[in-house]
Design a protein around this ligand. Structure first.
Ligand code: HEC
Length: 117
């Protein structure tokens, strides 16, 4: 019984964390250890500065949009991709304006590329 209520409390705390955003220090987690080709990272850097930097800052530290730096661990690859393709709230989706390769490239850039140069 005691254990049961403790786990309920923990569950509730987790639910609250999800509801009001998170305070996780993603930056300290560093880049993901995914490996991308040099070509893809270069393209990603270009796509990022053309398409994303106005809202997320040239170095990923954020401006109108949140900082992206070091947040490769925040989303699975697929969820990260879906977010960029469809957008979310005040972020527009880019599924229609970027090619598949450009999306893969910009994903690579934000998942590890901020750290690779
Ligand atoms: C018009 C401004 C704007 C542009 C351009 C933009 N974003 Fe965003 N982005 C936002 C905003 C605002 C949010 C926060 C969305 C929310 O509140 O749900 C966001 C959120 C995100 C997130 C989630 C961040 C987190 O911590 O959860 C990612 C990843 C992201 N954007 C990537 C990109 C990429 C990659 C591009 C370029 C292809 C891009 N964004 C272009 C405004 C923008």
């Amino acid at each position: 019984m005691k254990y049961l209520s403790l786990s309920c409390l923990l569950g509730l705390l987790c639910a609250l964390c999800f509801a009001c955003g998170d305070n996780t220090d993603w930056v300290s987690k560093g880049p993901t250890n995914e490996v991308y080709s040099e070509d893809l990272l270069l393209l990603g850097k270009e796509v990022y500065s053309d398409t994303c930097s106005t809202c997320h800052g040239a170095d990923g530290s954020g401006s109108f949009g949140p900082a992206l730096l070091g947040k490769g661990h925040k989303y699975t690859y697929q969820n990260h991709r879906t977010l960029i393709e469809r957008g979310r709230r005040s972020m527009p989706g880019f599924g229609a304006s970027l090619t598949d390769r450009e999306i893969e490239a910009v994903l690579a850039h934000i998942r590890v590329g901020f750290f690779s140069d």
